[in-house]
Design a protein around this ligand. Structure first.
Ligand code: F0G
Length: 482
């Protein structure tokens, strides 16, 4: 897609859509925001959206739907078995992802559960470029372990490397030799590696992983939840694909995997999910688990209306003007923050802008959760809800010890076609203010810690009265502004 140039020379992402349905937002006073934080255990997952101004928690299920998606939902075929909605969806999966056997599931983690149930046993090792929280939780739940095999540059925050999500091929082969191919049920590649800042892998890297998978006869599983944006960045950053269509890049990537799964909450701006393959044996190995965990094989726990929205959403991932919107906004925000000296993950990736809490809150020790504290502080001073992606999001090891995250990030998600540029500018403004007042942010401690995926519902509290002090400084600088 061509960039649209402004006569003024300014570099502004221009929307190629118009807004036709809107939702009113609240920006509640800072006093109420502090109360909301206290009620929600200083955990942004536990906030009520009544108190949230800009919801940058995630793009999962929050991308704006198109008129065509909404229209398709009205033509759904309600049937327990054999719904026409399913056959339309199955065809979309084949047309867009190039896989003819499709198993429907209610969302991405349901696919992870089924794949882990089928293939993981005690002692299994799953090498991957990097974990995602739910993928890891399911693998460990069934007695497996994960191994993260990125190149060192993936951990460099201030980088210009185009493909920080690449799997380290030498380490992959080493890992297979150490553990033995028979203990490795599959290799997992995650498109647009979520937890390291939405960073893509190159097609060439995926080809190299495929070659290793072939050499040792190991299945290659592709988490395609964010494959649309990965494909968009491949087009921008990988010479070989600069003139390819989104469809060509998508199919080139999926063709390299034996099994592809995805969260439709991300991929197709809808709800739901799926597992797909061209391998009948794999299909058979997983098939029986869908009715067990999800629902009959032609709906898999989804409503038929969701399936229709997903069908249209899948075709829309082929449209570069749809897929480019979020990464282009993210780049705009990342560049603006970077220009003001705020430490952010670079280069700009997909899904959101990622603040580097390690740096911003370098005065907060890791056992006081700097990223959790930064996410809470940002909500307090702006009503912007981001997501902690640091040690709170990590899980304890089998002996109950904390495992500290490689990165302490606050993710500010930019769902597709949801925010306006002035809202993005507001985010920039408040983040810059917070950065300049970062010394006022203090640490957190757990008061309620669930044993699995603790970040979702865990409760924390500030270890001092820092939120009150931060609020006082906000009022000093902003007066009676919200
Ligand atoms: N894989 C990746 C790469 C994801 O980002 C997610 C979800 C999943 C799998 C699980 O899918 O939520 O439909 O069950 N990511 C969301 C996020 C939750 O906010 O990044 P799900």
């Amino acid at each position: 897609m061509k960039e649209i140039k402004f006569y003024s020379g300014e570099n502004i992402p221009l929307e190629l859509h118009k807004v036709r349905v809107v939702q009113k937002l609240n920006l509640v006073p800072i006093e109420r925001r502090l109360e909301a934080l206290n009620e929600g255990g200083f955990n942004t997952f536990r906030l009520n959206t009544n108190d949230v101004f800009l919801d940058m928690l995630t793009d999962s299920g929050t991308n704006a739907m198109s008129d065509n998606q909404m229209a398709a939902m009205m033509q759904a075929d309600d049937a327990y078995a054999g719904s026409q909605s399913f056959y339309r969806l199955q065809k979309a999966v084949e047309d867009v992802l190039g896989k003819k056997y499709y198993l429907p599931v209610h969302q991405g983690r349901a696919a992870e559960n089924i794949i882990s149930n089928a293939y993981i046993k005690k002692g299994s090792i799953v090498p991957m470029n990097y974990h995602f929280t739910t993928a890891m939780a399911h693998i460990t739940q069934y007695g497996g372990k994960i191994e993260e095999l990125l190149y060192d540059e993936a951990y460099v925050i201030n980088s210009s490397h185009p493909f920080k999500g690449n799997m380290n091929i030498e380490k992959l082969e080493e890992s297979i030799n150490t553990h033995g191919a028979k203990n490795i049920p599959f290799i997992r590649m995650e498109a647009s590696t979520n937890l390291i800042g939405g960073q893509p892998f190159s097609v060439q890297n995926l080809r190299d992983v495929r070659a290793i998978a072939d050499k040792y006869n190991i299945r290659l599983v592709l988490d395609a939840s964010l494959i649309g944006e990965n494909a968009f960045l491949v087009k921008q950053r990988e010479e070989e694909f600069k003139d390819s269509t989104m469809g060509e890049i998508l199919k080139t990537m999926t063709a390299l995997a034996d099994l592809v799964y995805f969260s439709a909450r991300k991929l197709s701006s809808s709800r739901g999910g799926g597992i797909c393959t061209n391998n009948m044996e794999i299909y058979r190995e997983l098939e029986a688990l869908v009715p067990l965990f999800e629902g009959f094989l032609t709906y898999g726990g989804m409503s038929v209306r969701e399936m229709e929205a997903m069908t249209v959403g899948l075709y829309e991932t082929l449209d570069e003007s749809v897929i480019s919107q979020s990464p282009t906004y993210i780049k705009y925000l990342v560049d603006a923050l970077d220009a003001k000296g705020v430490p952010v993950i670079k280069p700009a990736g997909v899904l959101g802008a990622h603040l580097n809490a390690f740096d911003i809150c370098s005065h907060i020790p890791q056992n006081e959760y700097p990223a959790g504290a930064l996410a809470a502080a940002l909500f307090l001073i702006s009503g912007v809800r981001g997501m902690e992606r640091g040690s709170v999001s990590n899980q304890r090891d089998e002996d109950g010890n904390e495992t500290y995250a490689d990165m302490e990030l606050v993710r500010l998600a930019v769902p597709r076609r949801v925010f306006t540029l002035s809202q993005i500018k507001y985010v920039e403004d408040r983040v810059v203010w917070l950065y300049e007042n970062r010394h006022l942010i203090g640490g957190l401690r757990f008061v309620y810690e669930p044993p699995v995926l603790r970040f979702f519902m865990g409760g924390l509290e500030p270890i001092s009265d820092w939120p009150e002090k931060l609020m006082a400084k906000f009022k000093e600088d902003f007066g009676d502004s919200l």
